[in-house]
Design a protein around this ligand. Structure first.
Ligand code: ATP
Ligand code: SF4
Ligand code: MG
Length: 320
């Protein structure tokens, strides 16, 4: 197993104390596989990703284990995490402009991890950057390597970010809404590129997205998050094809209809966002809630690693 997250909880400092934003999250990602993470805004997707990267906000409290290539990342020093980041594990963010430095040429930025982690000279790293830009299917990579970020389109910047993330040949790529800011055709091209690169190099991808269609197309397995907790997980065809959890069902019912703009953010499901701090996080909005939902719902394990956390789901896979 490349990545194993076990009972991960994260508390962030807020005025007057701490707020639990990730609750007892466990999942595994095998080498060369892709795992999707879906859930409404505020459900804890980015914080989970940042916990894996060791990039949580100052003062965050973390419990549980994050095992990567057999090592528990919580036991690593900041220096050890730094040498892992951008080398074995890389992340692509939603907004490439926030991750690219506007004052440095694209080629220098793409080459930076090679200089940092591999000790490449400026000239060697520069030549490698051009090859990386070519690998992410950017036309005229020589010219782009010399350009500054403002001269690139949004899609080109995102490809440059991916090139930078892939520079050292990571085993795991965390892509947090990598295409949400882009238009639909550019988005599809970039996601297809990620899939090809993953196949070519055995890369594992954790893909965070609001878009169920994107997850269905690009991931083998999916986690559905609400209020910092995993509601349902398993193979995409089971979770999205035969959803059992009331929250997953609500998400699917709120999907943009055929003809609506693909890639639109998730339509709102009924009721304002609110998560219970105890028991099932979805209880404040669940039309099927029972008094028993005030306690932690059991994880019902069905075939193929399809797991549902709901008191109303039976062991033979029915929502009662
Ligand atoms: N720096 C921070 N300090 C305090 N709370 C934070 C901080 N960053 C995020 N949060 C809170 O943590 C919770 C989870 O946030 P997170 O960014 O992981 O959500 P998300 O699922 O990635 O949402 P989105 O889809 O909007 O990106 C939210 O309630 C958010 O308000
Ligand atoms: S555990 Fe209860 S509140 Fe949570 S989804 Fe199931 S029925 Fe709804
Ligand atoms: Mg996020």
């Amino acid at each position: 197993m490349l990545l194993g997250v076990e009972n991960l909880s994260v508390d962030l400092p807020v005025a007057g104390g701490f707020k639990r934003v990730v609750r007892d999250v466990s999942f595994a990602l095998a080498e060369g596989q892709s795992l999707g993470m879906v859930g409404e805004s505020g459900s804890g997707k980015t914080i989970t990703a940042l916990a894996i990267m060791g990039l949580l906000p100052e003062g965050a409290l973390v419990s549980g284990a994050i095992r990567f290539e057999g090592r528990d990342l919580a036991t690593l020093s900041e220096a050890q995490m730094q040498s892992l980041r951008g080398d074995r594990v890389a992340m692509v963010f939603q907004e490439p402009m926030s991750a690219l430095n506007p004052l440095h040429r694209i080629g220098d930025q793409v080459a930076e991890p090679l200089r940092l982690h591999r000790g490449y000279s400026r000239a060697c790293a520069g030549a490698e950057a051009v090859k990386l830009l070519e690998r992410v299917r950017l036309r005229d990579p020589d010219r782009l390597a010399r350009a500054y970020p403002f001269a690139l389109s949004g899609g080109e910047r995102q490809r440059a970010m991916i090139a930078m993330a892939l520079a050292c040949g990571p085993k795991l790529l965390i892509a947090d809404e990598p295409t949400t800011a882009l238009d639909v055709t550019v988005q599809a091209g970039i996601l297809d590129l990620l899939a090809v690169l993953a196949r070519e190099s055995g890369l594992s991808i954790l893909l965070v997205s609001h878009d169920l269609a994107v997850i269905a197309r690009h991931c083998r397995r999916v986690l559905v998050m609400y209020g910092g907790a995993v509601m349902e997980e398993g193979p995409v065809e089971a979770v999205l094809g035969q959803a059992l959890h009331p929250y997953t069902r609500a998400l699917l019912a709120a999907r943009p209809r055929l003809g609506a703009q693909r890639g639109a953010r998730l339509a709102a499901i009924p009721g304002a966002y609110g998560a219970a701090a105890q028991g099932c996080a979805f209880a404040p909005r669940c039309p099927l809630a029972l008094p028993a939902c005030g306690r932690e719902p059991p994880a019902v394990a069905l075939d193929n690693g399809h797991i549902v956390r709901c008191v109303r789901v039976t062991s033979d896979g029915r929502l009662t």
